[in-house]
Design a protein around this ligand. Sequence first.
Ligand SMILES: [Zn+2]
Length: 315
Amino acid sequence: MLQMGIKNKENLDGILKFLLDHRLIFDVSEVDNSNSRFIRQTTFWDDFVLDRSGTESQLILERKKIVLLGCGATGSKLLEVLVRSGVNDITIVDYKNLSESNRTSHNYYDKNYVGKPKVEALQDFLLKINKNIEVNPFNEKLFPHTDISKWIPDDSNLIINTLDEPYIGHTSLKVGRYAQIKKIPFYVGGGFDAHLMSSGEIVNPPHTPCIDCIQNTFSNALKDWKPIYTSLDNLPAKLVSKDLVKRSNYIAGGAGGLSAMSSFSANLSALKLVNFLLDDSAFSYDNERLEYLPNKGEMTIFKFEQQPKCKICNE
Ligand SMILES: [Zn+2]
């Protein structure tokens, strides 16, 4: 400051106080360097979240409890980003085993885990990123009658649902209604949405429409649409032999997709969720799902509205 020509100490103190108060500069003596793992990130939080210092934001993130339903390409990548960011108390749920066909899209694919539960492979992968995290794995399937309270602690800060076909089956409605009763924010993404290069959306009434409203929005928008499944019978014989398909443990079903698509969806979602988990007062509940159209280079927006006849929202 003195070099900049400000010679009056009172003016200098006043300017410094203004800059500090508005979080435009930081007192480096306050920065906690003991946790050097996140030092570059906390510097980013300083600019990203204006409510507090980056160090304080980091501590907020590290106290969050996350439940992930579905350890596919999108969910696992999303969780990987959150763990790299500092989230360290997580529950993961998936009933499938890792297969050769996961090689193309699952970041945590490891040939040593083929045939073993996905939750086991993902748990070990995340522990390699941060050995101090706590991971609670459930190698179980979600049925309509499943008691999901065993997977979801009451003090969870977020449930992420990236099970296949999130809005076609019963999963979102079942988990979403449970989350609503427990007042736990709920995020729906992945599944076929990953193949649309789409973000998910947060369901957290009263900030957003309820899960029933969102489900109905989708039901109306997609009433003439059906997912196209691949199956062994439908594969063109000239393209690939059935023997080859069988040898590679190919599992029929699902829309299929590219690693780039699921990664794009996961990262788009992760950006939103990190912002949310940081308790940022500037966080926007915009009720919008983003969808990227690669051939046009455009991001389109799908907006959710409260349904006028929704009994839950109109209570
Ligand atoms: Zn509603």
